[in-house]
Design a protein around this ligand. Structure first.
Ligand code: ADP
Ligand code: MN
Length: 366
């Protein structure tokens, strides 16, 4: 197993380019990126409400002009198991990595020469179920050449990007492991790759939906549509799954409402950014996390009631517990074409997508 100073390929992308790495513990990702994305993350500190919905920004890495003169700190970030000096990325303290130098390997796909180090939103889960929803009907920024605008407009026009202001960019969900022998549906056969027990839905999956049936992508993601089988046991299991799906959907609705509020009150533009949604795909781990959260809530109430200082005990419990324990996460990601635009009003292009997703999620639980 790699130690904490090594990088490994990041295996929980739902969409987008290859070449994302992770530290061994999985708490951080390192992603090749544009200068604009780094600028947007760096200036987000002046927009704390927006920042709260972004992955935590750890720092940026850039290629040094004179590579031989500088110890390559994250040599070949897209490659497997290349060493980085211990301590450089081991400690996920925001601001720790300021402007470290970095020597990209071979130059493939890393042409920008810069990378960004971010909190891994999919860490803290045993089996993260990840959905990337790309926002906007317009998907290009002001700098895009005409050919790119035309191409992206064409994709928008034939997908829900045009009609609803969002489309499913990709999805990766836990399929129950290698021993799961549920056959793939015809739709899945066309768009899904199964690997290590996960099902990865490619970009053509999301592009295949129309406004009328895109709800099916969300029911596939939440796993709420199951035929009820014979017998009481099966019946009961399906009911619990559906109950949990409802619980998760309600959590996502709350997060998206908060994102909607922030976008309505900020002046920014982002093109081809995404909402990244994650929830725990392991049913037992999800039950444990929910039970634990209910416990914690109870404890908090008790401590407050008695006005007792039990901080030391609480810290100890936390330190001992390294089990994945998250229930859900929702974040805005992918700011390659994002900027703050004072005076321009709210980002209605992105908001249209957020509102559409909210409509669909509400329709699932109402
Ligand atoms: P691009 O689309 O330009 O390749 P993204 O920023 O959208 O770049 O990243 C691609 C994929 O990587 C996303 O779909 C998402 O699944 C994953 N990803 C990106 N950033 C994070 C993050 N901070 N935590 C977890 N996963 C991420
Ligand atoms: Mn993306």
């Amino acid at each position: 197993t790699p130690n904490e100073s090594e990088l490994i390929p990041f295996d929980h992308s739902a969409a987008g380019h290859e070449g994302i790495s992770s530290n061994a513990s999985g708490s951080l990702i390192i992603k090749p990126c544009t200068r604009a994305e780094i600028d947007f993350y760096e200036s987000a500190k002046d927009h704390p409400l927006f920042q709260a919905h972004m992955p935590t920004f750890i720092g940026s890495l850039s290629q040094h002009e004179d590579q031989d003169a500088v110890a390559p700190i994250l040599q070949g970030a897209s490659h497997h198991g290349v060493a980085a000096p211990a301590g450089v990325i081991a400690d996920p303290t925001p601001g720790l990595i300021k402007r470290a130098t970095w020597k990209p390997s071979g130059g493939k796909k890393l042409s920008t020469g810069t990378a960004i180090v971010l909190e891994n939103v999919a860490s803290g889960f045993k089996r993260p179920n990840v959905l990337d929803v790309k926002l906007g009907s317009r998907l290009w920024d002001d700098e895009a050449p005409l050919a790119k605008r035309r191409k992206l407009d064409e994709v928008a026009e034939r997908t829900t990007s045009g009609s609803l202001g969002f489309r499913v960019a990709g999805m990766k969900i836990w399929g129950g492991g290698e021993d799961s022998n549920t056959p793939l549906s015809p739709v899945e056969n066309e768009y899904v790759e199964v690997k290590n027990g996960y099902k990865s839905y490619n970009k053509f999956y999301g592009q295949s939906f129309k406004a009328e049936n895109v709800v099916d992508a969300f029911t596939a993601y939440f796993g709420a549509v199951e035929e009820s089988g014979d017998g009481a046991a099966v019946e009961k299991k399906v009911t619990l799954k559906q109950k949990r799906a409802r619980f998760i959907v309600q959590r996502f609705i709350r997060e998206l409402e908060s994102i909607q509020y922030v976008l309505e009150n900020e002046e920014s533009r982002m093109y081809s950014a995404s909402v990244l949604m994650v929830y725990e795909g392991d049913e037992d781990a999800l039950e444990e996390s929910i039970a634990r959260e209910e416990n914690e809530d109870g404890e908090e109430g008790r401590i407050n009631d008695e006005d007792e200082d039990e901080d030391e005990d609480a810290d100890e419990d936390e330190a001992q517990d390294t089990k994945p324990h998250k229930i859900h996460e929702v974040r805005l990601i992918d700011f390659a074409h994002a900027r703050w635009t004072p005076g321009d009003g709210s980002d209605e292009n992105a908001l249209k997508g957020i509102r559409s997703v909210l409509d669909i999620l509400r329709s699932l639980v109402d």
